[in-house]
Design a protein around this ligand. Sequence first.
Ligand code: ADP
Ligand code: MG
Length: 246
Amino acid sequence: MPDKPLIKVDKLEKKFGDNEVLKEIDGTVMAGQVICVIGPSGSGKSTFLRCLNLLEHPTGGKVYFEGKDTETFTESELTTLRERMGMVFQSFNLFPNLTVLENLKLAPMRVKKMSDQEAADKAMSLLKRVGLEEKADVYPASLSGGQQQRVAIARALAMDPEVLLFDEPTSALDPEMVGEVLAVMKGLAESGMTMVVVTHEMGFAREVADEVWFMADGYILEKNKPDDMFNHPQNERAKDFISKII
Ligand code: ADP
Ligand code: MG
């Protein structure tokens, strides 16, 4: 069961020039929790994820990781922080000139100074976990979108992250490939991985999330248990959004 706050944001603000994209966002992600973030396009969901791992620097408020104020982190501590938060993008972002196995070995060898053999063993066990061990020696371009995204998830796991951030991981996939990626994510959730998932897959959110956060216009307008969010949303904007997508 979740017991300690892994990430906490307190009045988080992000402005790009005059554009106030995140406005006084509060939230806590407990270890082991799965948070699904939903909301219309342009509401600030990607920016929020990028502020959590400090790929974007907040222009106001605080981001705490394991109780520590990330504002006090040195550059090397920030690098470590980003390594501890895996990120999976809509567009997979695999290295096209490396095989699947090499994609998975790269960061553990470079960053964690793992031996080639150790990194290969780990990569193979992760490929097994996402059902792709037979694809170890092929290049990403020969894989389907769903397979590439499963490799991207395995690659994120290769760094033993504390938390995984997903930014619409299935939005670029053909419909028939969405299920295989969601199944891998569901398995991770069941294994206790802490996850923050921006998604339009309401079935996944309903089934897997501990909490669903609804964002619009840079605010989190509602946080709720999935059943309550989808059956009885309190916020009018959330009600409207959910009625249109379900
Ligand atoms: P969502 O993921 O919910 O679609 P985003 O976080 O991508 O929303 O974008 C929210 C707003 O922030 C948009 O108005 C977008 O133009 C703006 N924005 C995002 N990133 C940048 C950036 N690097 N520079 C300037 N504006 C940005
Ligand atoms: Mg986005």
